[in-house]
Design a protein around this ligand. Sequence first.
Ligand SMILES: NC(=O)c1ccc[n+]([C@@H]2O[C@H](COP(=O)([O-])OP(=O)(O)OC[C@H]3O[C@@H](n4cnc5c(N)ncnc54)[C@H](OP(=O)(O)O)[C@@H]3O)[C@@H](O)[C@H]2O)c1
Length: 333
Amino acid sequence: MTTSRYFTLKQFPEGLPKREDFALEETTLPALDHNEVRIRNRWLSVDPYMRGRMSGAMTYIEPYELRQPMSGAAVGEVMESNHPQFQVGQRVRHMGGWRDVAQLPGNEVEKLPDYDVPEQAFLGVLGMPGMTAWTGLNRIARMQEGNRVLVSAASGAVGSLAVQLAKSAGCHVVGVAGSDDKCQWLEERGVHAVNYRGKDVDALTKALKDASPEGYDVYYENVGGPLMEAALASLRDHARVAICGLIDRYNDTEAGAGPRNINQLLFRKARMEGFIVMEHWDFYTDFLGEVAPFVEKGAIDYRETIEEGLESTPDAFIRLFEGSNFGKMLVKL
Ligand SMILES: NC(=O)c1ccc[n+]([C@@H]2O[C@H](COP(=O)([O-])OP(=O)(O)OC[C@H]3O[C@@H](n4cnc5c(N)ncnc54)[C@H](OP(=O)(O)O)[C@@H]3O)[C@@H](O)[C@H]2O)c1
């Protein structure tokens, strides 16, 4: 008899989620059905997009249902398999996260790609966040060598790869982050760092202009809010703004004001485009082929913030909004 412990939502959070919004529950799993796989999860991913799934409303993805098992990316080891493509002991990735043991149809499970990296890298630098950084820069912002590139949340899972990809493409890169440690890490990678904490729009605008007096050809947007306004004020002609995320707004209880200077898009003949990485997943093998060899040989420096134990999953998730993660936030089981 195998049990699975999993998180559910007790209620849809109001504002910043609280530990009490989540419940840890347990069930006995049924015998494996035809083509099913049972997986002992080793790593769980918590990601900012999950906040949108906790709103009870449809965004670009289904909301979580109250009192139903939550889901998210996870890496684990096959414990039992009724599917011809999976054998016991194999390491796999799937969306049955927020739990310790997952039972899924084999067509919802994938073997880890064959690169010599720690398995949890496939949830971060070589997983969805890494693919997002690559997609936003190359497919949305159409970054060119020599561009002046601005990245917000620049030490996070997406941002930390985005700044390094932009550097290796020969761009002048400015990264915005929320602590001196994070800024120091950026400077050590050759990225001009701006700490946004304690700065209003005017101070942010000045800091971004000081960091690149010529302005920016590309703005890789992870945050929104006052930072977006400061960035719009610093665009160059024909700039491209890739709207990847707007984390500053994810816990808002009512609609916030938009950037007051949206006219800058017109004046600078600039383009702003939102994207969702899953629509670009056909290019995942191109991304891996390009980026994974650099990760394998240590030429890309990626960080992880690791919480231990299934019980810590909600706290790990909440900490994303406090900026206490550096690089990819993970839960190790
Ligand atoms: N479009 C897509 O398909 C897609 C896919 C993946 C991720 N995303 C988006 O990309 C962004 C980054 O995701 P991630 O997984 O890499 O997370 P992350 O950057 O690793 O973690 C979130 C970081 O955001 C910063 N932050 C939180 N609240 C903030 C605020 N109010 N103002 C400024 N900074 C704030 C914090 O860093 P500081 O210490 O610097 O504040 C925090 O560490 C998110 O907006 C996410 O929704 C989009």
